[in-house]
Design a protein around this ligand. Structure first.
Ligand code: NDP
Length: 485
């Protein structure tokens, strides 16, 4: 049985209740996890508060050293962590290892920045007086993480939180607690001060259990001063409302419906390959996935043929098997949702080029598998055009003019990422300026760069993760005036 991590110890829930974590590829039970309660959150808050006293007092360099050592310790257990991730989430082992790679890169990035959280000295108009801007840690933070990238999305919260001197309570998605617990078990052992000190017990805690109990308690708890949430727009609205009552600092990374616009002068071969990765990596369960593909009329047919060819050859299967290139959807509910969205589009005239059904065959019947799907002739008011499609289905639209493509791309309520594929500098610049998105890529898609800020506009969220910018959301800024008398 897996245990929660509170105050440096592996513990059961005070209620002693547990629940089963199942493998989406087979339906088999991977392990059981504690069903956390409000009392467990209270324990974690106390532990994180105690640890804050010590952690905020360490030197920034030591914080960086501890994060670097945490990376070494995660590497030691990476084989085991990857297997847990594949079994509980459904992604392939290749994808799980890539996720660990991104987690490590992110933690290393914030290890380097720990000693660069700077304030300022400000000249004032009064003689003998000067101002200072201090940037101080906030205190106990709560990180609420979804199931699509349990490790990297935990890292985008834990890295900057610890680097800036805060402590944190992680609430993983209830369906994916295991890899997170194993990774944090390693992080807790991290040392600094030439190996003489260990991360204070309670600097990082993991409380497992449901969003409606554990998540809700983190939102309401008055001594959790900062909430970093990644998940659906619907729950994001609720997070802001509840956390807002306590005037907490909140960042929200929510859904997206990223457009990919391919112009007639694009490198089509590269764009086809990237459309495949951009939509079907992680079985299409990415906030940043290519969710609407806009093709210039003159290249549309060859583009669709090329992409359909790749998809027909994709091997679906249990992520633990080497030959699998795409795993199942994470939940039955997720598959049903994608099925309904595809069916609604089909009933309104959309054509299925490839896929459009549950995947069947040996080893696939017990998992939530769905064929990689391409749809053309899709009405702009179909569900797949308006909503986020969180699975392996891609609606395709044709256009003849860039202004038209940008207008259609911007017609979504979301604004997370967007890409344009062209060799024309003017077209690229127009798209960069006009696309309503927190992130725009030219001849590229998101590579999860830690170096750049990442976040959404419109219904896609609030605030930024990644980049030095993320640190701004883990500090309080204090203005100070000193007068020499
Ligand atoms: P949710 O937003 O429900 O879950 C995300 C996290 O929030 C989980 O840890 C969840 O816990 C927690 N949570 C749920 N309810 C509350 C609450 N009341 N208070 C505090 N925390 C809560 O997303 P789903 O997992 O249900 O996915 C639904 C849809 O959201 C997807 O189809 C997709 O469209 C979108 N999504 C977007 C993601 C992104 O990366 N932007 C990631 C995941 C989903 P628990 O697991 O226990 O419910």
């Amino acid at each position: 049985m897996a245990r929660m991590l509170i105050g440096g110890e592996a513990v059961a829930s005070e209620s002693e209740n547990t629940y089963e974590v199942r493998n989406p590829a087979t339906g088999a039970v991977v392990d059981t996890a504690p069903a956390g309660t409000a009392a467990d959150v209270e324990r974690a808050v106390k532990a994180a508060e105690t640890a804050f006293g010590e952690w905020a007092d360490t030197t920034p360099e030591d914080r960086g050293r501890a994060l670097m050592n945490a990376c070494d310790l995660i590497k030691e257990a990476s084989g085991e962590i990857a297997q847990l991730l594949t079994q509980e989430q459904g992604k392939t082992l290749f994808e799980a290892n890539l996720e660990i790679h991104h987690l490590l890169h992110g933690l290393e990035f914030y290890a380097g920045l720990a000693s660069k959280v700077r304030g300022a000295q400000v000249p004032l108009p009064q003689k003998g007086a000067y101002g200072m801007v201090l940037r101080q840690p906030i205190g106990v933070c709560g990180g609420i993480v979804p199931w699509n990238f349990p490790l990297t999305l935990m890292g985008t919260k834990l890295g900057p939180a610890l680097a800036a001197g805060n402590t944190i309570i992680i609430k993983p998605a209830s369906t994916t607690p295991l890899a997170t617990l194993r990774a944090v078990e390693q992080i807790q052992k991290a040392t600094y001060a030439d190996g003489k000190k260990t991360l204070p017990a309670g600097a990082v805690n993991v409380v497992t259990g449901s969003g409606s109990v554990v998540g809700e308690e983190l939102l309401k708890h008055p001594r959790v001063r900062r909430i970093a949430f990644t998940g659906s727009t619907e729950v994001g609205r609720h997070v802001m409302e509840v956390a807002g009552r306590e005037i907490k600092r909140v960042t929200l990374e929510l859904g997206g419906s990223d457009p990919m616009i391919v112009m007639d002068d694009a490198n089509v071969d590269t764009a086809v390959k990237m459309a495949d990765v951009g939509r079907f990596f992680n079985c299409g369960q990415m906030c940043l996935g290519v969710k609407r593909l806009f093709l210039h009329e003159s290249i549309a047919n060859s583009f669709i043929d090329g992409l359909a060819d790749i998809l027909r050859k994709k091997t679906l299967g249990n992520g633990m098997q080497k030959e699998s290139r795409m795993g199942p959807l994470h939940m039955e509910y997720q598959r049903a949702e994608v099925e309904e969205q595809v069916e609604e589009a089909r009933s309104r005239g959309a054509k299925v080029v490839v896929g459009g059904a549950r995947a069947t065959g040996e080893g696939l019947d017990k998992g939530y598998f769905y064929e990689p799907t391409l749809l053309t002739d899709v009405p702009m008011d179909a569900r797949v055009s308006r909503e986020e499609v969180f699975g392996p289905a891609l609606p395709i639209y044709r256009f003849t003019d860039l202004d038209e493509a940008i207008e259609l791309a911007n017609s979504s309520e979301y604004g997370l990422g967007a890409s344009i594929w062209t060799r024309n500098l003017l077209a690229a610049n127009k798209a960069i300026e006009r696309l309503q998105a927190g992130n725009v890529w030219v001849n590229s898609l998101h590579y999860g760069y830690d170096e750049l800020p990442f976040g959404g506009v419109k219904a896609s969220g609030l605030g930024r993760e990644h980049g030095p910018e993320a640190l701004d959301y883990y500090v309080e800024t204090k203005g100070v005036v000193v007068v020499n008398v």
